[in-house]
Design a binder for this molecule. Structure first.
Ligand code: C5P
Length: 228
C-alpha cells in the first residue's frame, strides 16, 4: 500500500508519517530530506545555484538514500549526513534547489525507486510536497496537511529547540511563509492538493489524532482490498 502525505511546511507531516509508518510497519520516505541532502552538498561545495552547476554537482557527488529499519538516512561519499540536514541554512537552500528541474528529476528517480521496492511489501508512507500529485499519483491514500502559520511556527520552534537549534519565532514564521510561497508558485511540481486528497487541518488536532485518522483510512483501505 502506498500512502502519500503532502502539505505546507511545518504542518506536522513528518511527525505523523513517522508514527504511521512505525505503527503500520511501513517504510517511511521523507522526500524533504532528499532535497535537504542536495542543498547540503551545494553548501559544502560552494556551488552556484544555477542549472549547469547543479547538473555537474549531481553527476559528480555520490548522494545515496537508504533506510535503516523504518527510518531513512542519506549518505554523501559514504558518510551519513542525515543529522546535519535540519540546520536553518540547509532548510533555506533546500527550498531554492527544489525549483530546478535537474534536481527534481534526479530525486524523482530515487523516490520512484522507493515506491517500486516497498509499496507492495511492507507498504510505503511518502511525505513531501508533490507525493500525491506528481511522484505517486496512483497512491492508494492521499492526504493534504495544513494549519495556520502561527501554530506551525510555534511547533517548529519547539522541535528546533529540542534539536538544540535556537531561532526567533517571527523569523521562523516568515521563513515558513516564504517557503510555502516558493513551493506553491514554482512551475515544477508546485505544492497543491490533489483532488482525491483528504485535507487534514492539523491546527485543530493532536499528533495522536492525526496518526489515528490515517491509520483508520489504512485499515479501511486494507479491508476493501481483502474483503472476508
Ligand atoms: O519537508 P521539508 O521541510 O524537509 O522540505 C524541505 C524543502 O524541500 C521544502 O521547503 C520544499 O521546497 C522542498 N521539497 C519539495 N518537494 C518535496 C519535498 C520537499 O520541493 N516533495
Amino acid at each position: 500500500m502506498l500512502v502519500a502525505i503532502d502539505g505546507t511546511a511545518g504542518s506536522g507531516k513528518s511527525a505523523t508519517a513517522v508514527r504511521v509508518a512505525e505503527t503500520a510497519g511501513f517504510v517511511l520516505m521523507d522526500s524533504g530530506l532528499m532535497y535537504r541532502a542536495v542543498a547540503w552538498v551545494c553548501i559544502e561545495h560552494g556551488t552556484e545555484i544555477l542549472e549547469p552547476e547543479l547538473v555537474a554537482l549531481l553527476a559528480s557527488v555520490p548522494i545515496a538514500v537508504h533506510h535503516r529499519g523504518l527510518h531513512m538516512y542519506v549518505t554523501v561519499d559514504g558518510v551519513d549526513i542525515t543529522d546535519r540536514l535540519r540546520a536553518l541554512e540547509v532548510t533555506g537552500m533546500a527550498s531554492r534547489v527544489a525549483q530546478f528541474a535537474v534536481v527534481r528529476r534526479f530525486l524523482f528517480a530515487h523516490q520512484r525507486g522507493f515506491g517500486r521496492r516497498y509499496a507492495d511489501t511492507p507498504g510505503l508512507v511518502a511525505e513531501g510536497r508533490d507525493m500525491g500529485t506528481v511522484v505517486f499519483p496512483h497512491a492508494d491514500l492521499k492526504f493534504f496537511f495544513d494549519a495556520p502559520v502561527e501554530v506551525r511556527a510555534e511547533r517548529r520552534w519547539e522541535q528546533l529547540r529540542e534539536l538544540g537549534i535556537r531561532t526567533a519565532l517571527p523569523e521562523l514564521r516568515a521563513s515558513l511563509l516564504h517557503r510555502d510561497r516558493a513551493d506553491r508558485q514554482r512551475d515544477l511540481a508546485p505544492l497543491r492538493r490533489h483532488p482525491d486528497a483528504m485535507v487534514i487541518n492539523t491546527g485543530q488536532l493532536t499528533l495522536e489524532q492525526q496518526v489515528e485518522l490515517i491509520l483508520e483510512q489504512i485499515q479501511a483501505c486494507s479491508r476493501q482490498r481483502n474483503p472476508r
